[in-house]
Design a binder for this molecule. Structure first.
Ligand SMILES: NC(=O)c1ccc[n+]([C@@H]2O[C@H](COP(=O)([O-])OP(=O)(O)OC[C@H]3O[C@@H](n4cnc5c(N)ncnc54)[C@H](O)[C@@H]3O)[C@@H](O)[C@H]2O)c1
Length: 363
């Protein structure tokens, strides 16, 4: 199957994710046309992705009669800030964009989050479309409507829930994606299997070779399944008051690594990979899963070139970075753990000593 479509249901509207896996493409741009409001389109990308994909998208849209402009931002998480949002607003206002316009995010999660937020706030909300070009953005950040930017005092602190009109995920974009970024995206893929579906873990193990070889058909199936898991969670809990918290599996532990090592030194997905090992070890320590499950989790992460061992971080420092002060909040930290592979839950019901042991063992 060269193209699959998945419908995401949200409170504001339902929208399709088009997953394109064949090399001999249908006209991808024509997929977007019905979802473009008005005639003015602003494509926002960055200095790395724009030279690869901007011209094809621009020409395609122009051939359908749209007035297309672009805004190319510097590349990097450090530019996910108010300055970039202002640059997007400037591009829109200089060209007299009206409310009846469409923004297109062409890039990874950084671009997607920023463009979504610019669309949510420009003239109190305009249309936007996601064209995610990293694995992480295709399986995670482009689905679910969380948009935003960083503040000097915290990551993703300013934002809005704003759903796109549609998402176009093309497996061909992985051909130019650096291996390390692809691996980081695989951490989120493996996360879905661990929290939601043990059969999907077996599927990933069986298809590891094809995935690593970037087989378009297999990648298409993989991305489709991940988007379906995320869509299922988002439909149940759009504003993150309950089940959506399960998506944080491995993230509380991973956050310690990212913060301690300085953002950018470890990719988010790499920190999450180690965090999932730590969460699995914690689950085993509490007698919820077998040690053999932990070994299996480490094996699949290694298969996709992800780390499984944390950098050396003093245990009390790690607890502090988990947002936990041992003296005042004994045992109150909440973790996503596993009852089994494919079944996650949130709990604060554990001894702090067990957590300390896990942190000491994995560093
Ligand atoms: N909104 C959400 O629900 C959500 C969920 C998870 C993560 N996020 C956010 O996503 C961001 C991380 O996203 P990311 O991992 O995609 O990082 P990213 O957007 O920084 O992309 C990673 C790197 O790959 C480059 N790149 C992108 N596509 C490429 C391609 N096809 N070929 C070559 N290079 C390419 C980028 O320019 C960048 O250098 C973070 O800011 C995080 O907060 C948001």
């Amino acid at each position: 199957m060269s193209e699959q479509t998945l419908i995401v249901s949200t409170q504001s509207h339902d929208y399709p994710i088009f997953i394109q896996s064949s090399a001999d493409k249908v006209d991808l741009v024509s997929r977007l046309v019905p979802f473009i409001k008005g005639t003015q389109v602003l494509i926002v990308s960055n200095e790395t992705v724009a030279p690869l994909y901007l011209s094809e998208l621009t020409q395609g849209l122009k051939s359908h009669g749209f007035m297309v402009h672009d805004c190319v931002l510097p590349d990097g998480e450090q530019f996910k800030n108010q300055h970039s949002i202002t640059a997007i607003y400037d591009a829109l206002l200089e060209r007299h964009f009206a409310r009846d316009c469409t923004l297109i995010a062409l890039g990874g999660g950084v671009i997607g989050d920023m463009v979504g937020f610019a669309a949510a706030s420009f003239m109190r909300g305009v249309n936007f479309i996601q064209v995610p070009t990293t694995l992480l953005a295709q399986v995670d950040s482009s689905v679910g409507g969380k948009t935003g930017i960083n503040h000097p005092r915290g990551k993703n602190m300013i934002g809005a829930f704003w759903q796109p009109q549609c998402v176009l995920a093309d497996m061909a974009t992985f051909r130019t994606l650096p291996d390390r970024e692809f691996a980081a995206g695989m951490a989120e893929v493996i996360k879905y299997a661990l929290i939601m579906d043990d059969e999907f873990l077996a599927w990933l193990e069986d298809n590891a070779e094809a995935i690593r070889a970037k087989d378009g058909a297999v990648l298409g199936q993989m991305v489709y399944r991940c988007c379906a898991y995320k869509a299922q969670i988002v439909a149940a809990d759009e504003r993150e008051s309950g089940v959506r918290a399960l998506l944080n599996f491995g993230h509380t532990f991973g956050h310690v690594i990212e913060t301690h090592q300085g953002y950018g030194n470890w990719l988010h997905g790499e920190a999450v990979a180690v965090g999932m090992v730590q969460a699995a070890l914690m689950s085993a320590k509490l007698g919820l899963i077998d040690h053999a499950d932990v070994v299996r989790i480490k094996r699949i992460l290694t298969l996709f070139n992800l780390p499984t061992v944390a950098p050396a971080i003093d245990t009390q420092t790690a607890l502090g970075l988990m947002g936990h002060d041992k003296k005042v909040q004994q045992g109150k930290i909440r973790l996503v753990l596993l009852k089994a592979i494919g079944k996650a839950f949130v709990t604060a019901d554990f001894e702090l000593s067990a957590l300390e042991e896990v942190l000491a063992e994995t560093a």
